[in-house]
Design a protein around this ligand. Structure first.
Ligand code: ADP
Length: 560
């Protein structure tokens, strides 16, 4: 026969717990690694996309600065310009003002036209006409004259005009290759207070947005441009997580292309082109949120494990109880069976001489057979309790039910015990299975009789207290010690005070089970040597109208 070591019985459980927790930890660890990798990959991808977008946006800004200088000012042929064709120049300027909103005005001077505005350039604005602005016009022409000896094609200057505010870029058209004399000057004026923001107006804005959209994935990219003082020129101060920052050397003209052919110049200011994603943090937290389903699954796994452990414990407990039960019942069967077999053996051998002795033996057989049947009945009741007993509920007059149960019980003890029943009027009503409650009452009455001593008085009282219907069964018997009072409702528990009475410790557990199945409770108050009062409390019910008259209860089967 193989004997299972207790450690081995525990080990599968320990292994199951360890395996489940290990699996949970592994799942979380791998998910953590996957998410961390995904996060860093996302960051890298967003950074790369941001860098590409920033570079393209820098190119777009550069084109905005270069276009009016390189393209617009060379669009009219030199012979036309020499001929003073400002109408052709106006056409180009009108197109350029629409394409480059950051340009405040274009300007022109031609030797042919000088007669109209001597010593000053004329300005072409968004009203679509050349017009004079004498102060600025003279200042600009003076600039051209001042730089002419340097014989450059381009002239740049800042702080021009009455308020010393404007930025000016001029293109000088020389008469000949020696650059001794010039016949025309074209140029543009920028207002540094407004032109930075206007760089990002339509139609450029649409192109910038297209660049961002082209490089955006999930999450989308946003642009922010800061000037040399860190002031936001474009975009939102709160642009979210910045993935790339590209310095942009800001001059109001395309320095790279014209620097070598230019006199004067502007101060280079370093702007920052920042591209990032406001949703990046959100996307990252979205990734972290994907932990939740795993955490919930792990939690469910642990709950399942907990339930399994509990079920395992419960089944172990049940197995132990079963063994205990069998041992206990066998022990209880032994005494009456051996007495019965001894008595019958004696009778069989015909050793009983006197009729008194015969009657004594028959009494023993009768008593022990009764004890056996009592035990079997209790065991049957108990086993019925264990299988899910079905209750047939009815609205019942609790007072009437109690009285009838006590009356039926008292019948068999007439002359030996005094029963008093105290009930105030009809009710209270309860919604119960009458047979089950009769059984509970009969068990308590049975105990009251069994544990009574010299004073054989049993008082039964029915009352209602708030929402409870209460029956109290009081005896004046041996009582139960305080230490035993909680335990006597446990299976097989027998208090020391009642050990000399026959019993199996199953009556009160049955009462408790029956009463609790009806939403009620049972308790005891007892003084050892003076008596006990057992109390059943059941929730009161409002009887249906038709059931308002007291129910006639069928004769109860007294359980004893
Ligand atoms: P049994 O009476 O068969 O032993 P019960 O479950 O009915 O089993 O009762 C459990 C124990 O509670 C009894 O052994 C007894 O010690 C104690 N007991 C129950 N009812 C009374 C009572 N009315 N007076 C004194 N002791 C009682």
């Amino acid at each position: 026969m193989s004997v299972t070591h207790p450690l081995w019985r525990v080990r599968p459980l320990v292994l199951a717990i360890t395996a489940t927790i290990g699996a949970a930890v592994l799942v979380l660890y791998f998910q953590y690694r996957a998410i961390a990798t995904l996060e860093s990959q996302t960051k890298v991808i967003v950074r790369q996309l941001s860098e590409q977008a920033a570079t393209e946006i820098a190119g777009e800004l550069h084109r905005a600065l270069a276009g009016p200088v390189i393209d617009t000012m060379t669009a009219v042929s030199q012979p036309d310009l020499r001929a003073g064709r400002f109408d052709l120049v106006a056409q180009e300027y009108a197109k350029a003002l629409a394409a480059y909103p950051h340009v405040d005005r274009f300007l022109a001077w031609s030797a042919r036209r000088e007669i109209n505005a001597p010593g000053e350039v004329v300005f072409f604005g968004r009203d679509g006409h050349f017009a004079r602005d004498a102060t600025l016009g003279r200042a600009v022409f003076e600039l051209a004259r001042k730089h002419a000896p340097a014989q450059h094609i381009f002239i740049a200057a800042e702080g021009i005009g009455a308020q010393k505010r404007h930025q000016v870029l001029l293109r000088v058209f020389w008469n000949d290759a020696k650059r001794l004399d010039y016949f025309a000057v074209l140029g543009l004026v920028l207002d540094p207070q407004t032109s930075p923001a206007r760089l990002f107006e339509p139609p450029r804005l649409a192109r910038i947005n297209a660049i961002l959209a082209r490089h955006s994935g999930e999450p989308a990219l946003r642009l922010r441009v800061l000037d040399e003082r860190g002031k936001v020129v474009f975009g939102n101060a709160d642009a979210g997580q910045i993935s790339t920052r590209l310095p942009f050397p800001m001059l109001f003209y395309p320095a790279e292309e014209i620097q070598a052919r230019m006199s004067g110049g502007g101060e280079m200011r370093t702007w920052q082109i920042e591209v990032g994603s406001p949703e990046m943090a959100g996307a990252m937290s979205g990734m972290s949120q994907s932990y939740w389903p795993t955490l919930v699954s792990v939690a469910l796994m642990l709950v399942a494990l907990g339930l399994t452990v509990q079920a395992h414990r419960r089944s172990a407990e049940l197995a132990e109880m079963q063994t205990d039960f069998v041992a206990h019942v066998s022990h209880q069967l032994k005494t009456p069976l051996s007495l019965l077999s001894a008595a019958t053996e004696t009778l069989q051998l015909d050793r009983v001489r006197s009729p008194e002795k015969l009657s004594e033996y028959l009494d023993t057989i009768h008593a022990e057979a009764g004890r056996l049947s009592h035990l079997v009945q209790r065991v049957l009741e108990f086993s019925r309790m264990q299988q899910d007993r079905r209750y047939e509920l009815e609205y019942v007059d609790f007072g009437a039910l109690t009285r009838e149960t006590v009356d039926a019980f008292a019948l068999g003890l007439a002359g030996q015990f005094t029963f008093s029943v105290d009930i105030d009027g009809p009710g209270p009503y309860v919604h119960v299975d009458p047979a089950a409650i009769e059984q509970a009452l009969a068990n308590l009455l049975d105990n009251a009789v069994k544990y009574s001593d010299t004073i054989k008085e049993i008082a039964v009282r029915v009352r209602n207290d708030h929402h409870w219907a209460i029956v109290e069964i009081a005896d004046r018997g041996v009582g139960v010690a305080a230490a035993d009072q909680d335990r006597i409702f446990d299976r097989f528990y027998r208090a020391s005070s009642g050990l000399h009475r026959p019993g199996f410790g199953l009556g009160l557990p049955i009462v408790r089970e029956l009463v609790e199945a009806h939403g009620g409770r049972v308790d005891v108050t007892s003084v050892p040597g003076a008596g006990s009062t057992f109390r059943i409390s059941l929730p009161q019910a409002n009887p249906p109208v038709i059931a308002a008259s007291p129910r006639s209860v069928e004769s109860p089967e007294a359980v004893s």
